[in-house]
Design a protein around this ligand. Sequence first.
Ligand code: PLP
Length: 427
Amino acid sequence: MGESVLTAGFAPADGALACEGVSLETIAHEVGTPVFIYSAGAIRDAYTRLDRVLAPVPHRLHYSVKANSSLAVLALVHSLGAGVDIVSGGELHRARLAGLTGPDIVFSGVGKTERELREALAAGILLFNVESEGELRLLDRVAGDMRLTAPVALRVNPEVSVDTPHHYTRTGERGDKFGVPYGDALAVGRLAFTLPHTRLLGLDMHIGSQVSSVDPYRDGMLRLLELVDDLRAAGAPDLRYLDIGGGLAVTYDAEDPIDLDAYAATVLPNAAASALKLLVEPGRYLVGNAGVLLTRVLYRKEGGGREFVITDAGMNDLLRPSHYNAYHRIDSVRPRGGRTRADIVGPVCESGDFVALGREVDDVRPGDLLAIRSAGAYGFAMSSNYNSRPRAAEVMVDGDRFAVITAREQYEDLVRRETVHPTWRTA
Ligand SMILES: Cc1ncc(COP(=O)(O)O)c(C=O)c1O
């Protein structure tokens, strides 16, 4: 399954790589490079696979907007039946523009501001995944000011051991900044159903990202179930939701994706035992393998015993290799056949600007196109203007059609909010 999922939506046709029915060469010609390209069919397939294994229990997928927050992607997953998980007021704005309404939205994050709480209360969101006592008390005050009652799921740090490829992506271990520490959760949960303007409707965890083992889901859910019992015994009147976060791993290379059957075998009995509606917040699983970053080779050069392939995509476009030491497979769109071993690097003025080091790739020449695979999640969403590089365009393919869903930034966009002549203010 790994290979077919890894290459979801992308396959060679007439000697060149295509996304569904559209050649990547056509997109490069018409839209330019670098460009992120997403297969709508692959996103639909991933959604259906996950939704189907959870079918035996009442559930909803709340797509994690941070993975890929482009409006057309949000609208696509919403059309399939998903709600969303947001982590900022900006993501709330995006979600609503894409057609999601309050009941479709859960709001996570350790540092929600008063303004963000107000905006989400006004939008009538389904749940605030509250991560601290301080946030709970502020939410209660703000909801009171607005004459509303805030729906709360307590995000608990289950303090289990989580194995992910990089420690930055672990969020459910003891000492992580996320969630209410397990030992405090009963007291904070009790507060949530006692305060006048908050209503405790559920419990939540999110243990990490790119998690391939089901063990931490089992361990975490068991801890949440204990807490559900304790809260019910303490008189919690209205528990309805059990949110187990996202984190499901995809394949970038040789890693195992999450085994969906094993995941279901772990999650379903525990969800059924809780008698609560299951919420899941997948990000990467829905979009990760469904996208590539298409880039053009600018130069080849040798130096100090190393061979370099210099592309027009840099770390500002795809941060994962330098930030997480992440692996992305790299394929020539129209392979030449010979092989070479090279560092695949971008134009950014940082030695950390690479997609791969010492990688065996097709023996490309300047002008050739490379597809950096599995770039659908945490690709464009983490891109920046570093080195004053306009951000890439985004394209969605559906069957034999394609559309630009995000126009390439222009130089004017880089300086739109800046001024050469400051308007000074005095203290
Ligand atoms: C609260 C929350 N939910 C869901 C996710 C989605 O994670 P993933 O993309 O690994 O499914 C994240 C990302 O880290 C998150 O912080």
